[in-house]
Design a protein around this ligand. Structure first.
Ligand code: SAH
Length: 515
């Protein structure tokens, strides 16, 4: 009988950036991924969309799925995906308190080929992200990884507490919160001083990381008072003192802030990436769907006449993309613009133009329609000028109006539509976060994102709730004046506005606001 190869893969401690290249590569190509709750969803985004995903969530001590069931599941998928590949994704490192060794033995006994991909284990990573080196010259020359949850099983080796207490400098306990009083008692009874520094790092390396510091003597009371919950690493030793100088992760400007980002799914990534790298926890809430138009006779005629215009104006990167898709459908290409000058509203638009081999002749100082009109007029657009604007169907009329007032003949071609997504899985989640006061800021990058944010949330509200009431205490961050006006018209206050009106400007505004 032949099987799939089963890869026991370490998912690292939570931050998807700590996944190994090998892990990412295997995830991307696996036919099936079997994962549990510590192998965070952040890593699952690398799994192939067509891969079967099996959640065998084990949480703390209350196993929803038993280890025997997981073992049986691995054998079943290994047989079913004969010749393919199965990733068994486990938090941290598969062989550090992950029962990976047991799973490997089961595979070995059944003759299933397997490989192991080590991962960054929680103790090392959580300590590093909390500003604690697990070893340090002159302070700690040994470190132990210890289970804080001794199995009552009489066959399991018991911890040699006395040697541990005195013989190892840094002690890292996994799964130890529930038995913390026992751990402290055994270490002190074994001769470790009550003054030894202790830190607990919860959800290390993620946006929810929390660190508590105390001493062996005070830690039990401190944990109780803070109601500090699993999953956490408990680290005992003098190295904890280095945290005072070496904290970095928790010091980042937006650490501990939760942002809701309203954009199209494709556009969100640069904003999300920038906010996350400043430490924010980002919830993506797609509120616009960009739907490119398909080629009609009417559009084909207008695109066919591009060479008759003096200026072609693009007011968004999406407009550029959609225009090129339409040109392609019409059997044409960038040469259609050969005889016209090109204006782009801002850097994202000119970047998209550049991706299609076009250089913008004009970009205004301020990235709004009024400024595009002003700049065009300053560049000589007036009587006898012919201008074509390639843009979304729902857009303000100010640009064509101002140009017409200046005497130009203006044609507007709708190359795409912006729609509110019909369904939104995220709306209910966002409403719940707002109810729980668990959101610090919402970013709006266009007026339509504001309107759609309202309409999507309104679909989820209960009697007596309103969006402005839910948004109380939440910073509304706006990309520019037009978006700000819409925010205020709908009854919210703008906390900060981007300057310039770009995504980097918006990130900057967020950072200044929370400074
Ligand atoms: N194989 C994993 C450990 C699994 S045991 C590894 O190598 O990291 C589960 C325990 O790991 C939790 O109870 C907790 O003590 C610890 N843990 C896992 N992820 C963690 C994180 N992000 N922050 C702090 N502790 C974590």
């Amino acid at each position: 009988m032949s099987f799939a190869t089963v890869y026991l893969v370490g998912a690292g401690p939570g931050d998807a950036g700590l996944l190994t290249l090998r892990a990412k590569e295997l995830l991307e190509s696996a036919d099936c991924v079997v994962y549990d709750y510590l192998a965070s969803s952040a890593c699952m985004r690398f799994a192939h969309p067509k891969a079967e995903q099996i959640f065998v969530g084990k949480k703390g001590f209350s196993a929803h799925v038993t280890q025997d069931e997981i073992n049986a599941c691995l054998l079943e998928v290994a047989a079913r995906y004969e010749g393919g590949s199965v990733v068994r994704l486990k938090g941290g490192d598969p062989y550090v308190f992950g029962r990976g060794g047991e799973e490997a033995l089961v595979l070995h006994e059944a003759g299933v080929p397997f490989e192991v991909v080590p991962g960054v284990t929680a103790a090392v990573a959580a300590c590093a992200y909390a500003g604690i080196p697990v070893t340090h010259r002159g302070v700690a020359s040994s470190v132990a990884l210890v289970t804080g949850h001794e199995t009552p099983d009489k066959d399991a080796p018991v911890i040699d507490w006395d040697h541990l207490a005195q013989g190892v400098d840094t002690l890292c306990f996994y799964m130890g919160i529930r038995d913390l009083p026992h751990i402290v008692e055994r270490l002190m009874a074994g001769g470790r001083s009550g003054e030894t520094p202790v830190a607990l790092v919860r959800w290390g390396t993620t946006a929810e990381q929390e660190t508590l510091t105390a001493t062996l003597e005070t830690v039990v009371a401190a944990v109780e008072e803070a109601n500090f919950q699993a999953p956490a690493i408990i680290v005992v030793g003098e190295v904890v003192g280095l945290r005072d100088s070496l904290t970095w992760f928790e010091n980042r400007p937006l650490f501990g802030k939760r942002f809701v980002v309203t954009r199209t799914r494709e556009q969100a990534s640069s904003l999300v990436g920038a906010l996350e790298s400043l430490g924010a926890d980002v919830v993506e809430f797609p509120t616009i769907e960009v739907v490119p138009r398909t080629l009609t006779d009417d559009i084909a005629i207008k695109l066919g006449a591009l060479s008759t215009y003096d200026w072609v104006v693009f007011t968004s990167a999406n407009g550029v993309k959609a225009s090129f898709e339409l040109l392609d459908q019409a059997g044409a290409d960038a040469r259609s613009f050969a005889s016209c000058k090109i204006a782009g509203i801002g850097p994202a638009t000119t970047k998209e133009l550049a991706a299609h081999g076009l250089r913008a002749d004009l970009v205004p100082d301020r990235y709004i329609a009024e400024s595009v009109a002003e700049a065009l007029i300053a560049a000589g657009v007036g009587q006898e000028s012919k201008v074509c604007i390639l843009r979304a169907s729902a857009a303000r009329d100010v640009l064509p109006e101002l140009l017409e007032q200046a005497g130009a003949a203006v044609d507007v071609v709708h190359v795409y539509d912006t729609l509110a997504p019909k369904e939104s899985e995220q709306a209910a989640q966002v409403v719940q976060l707002l109810r729980d006061k668990a959101v610090d800021a919402v970013t709006f990058s266009a007026s339509s994102t504001v309107r759609n944010f309202f309409s999507l949330l309104e679909g989820q509200l209960e009697e007596g709730e309103s969006v402005p009431a839910l948004m109380e205490g939440v910073a509304a961050l706006s990309i520019g004046t037009i978006t700000s006006n819409t925010i205020e018209q709908l009854g919210l206050t703008v906390a900060a506005e981007a300057d310039p009106f770009t995504i980097p400007g918006l990130v900057e505004a967020a950072q200044t606001y929370f400074a």
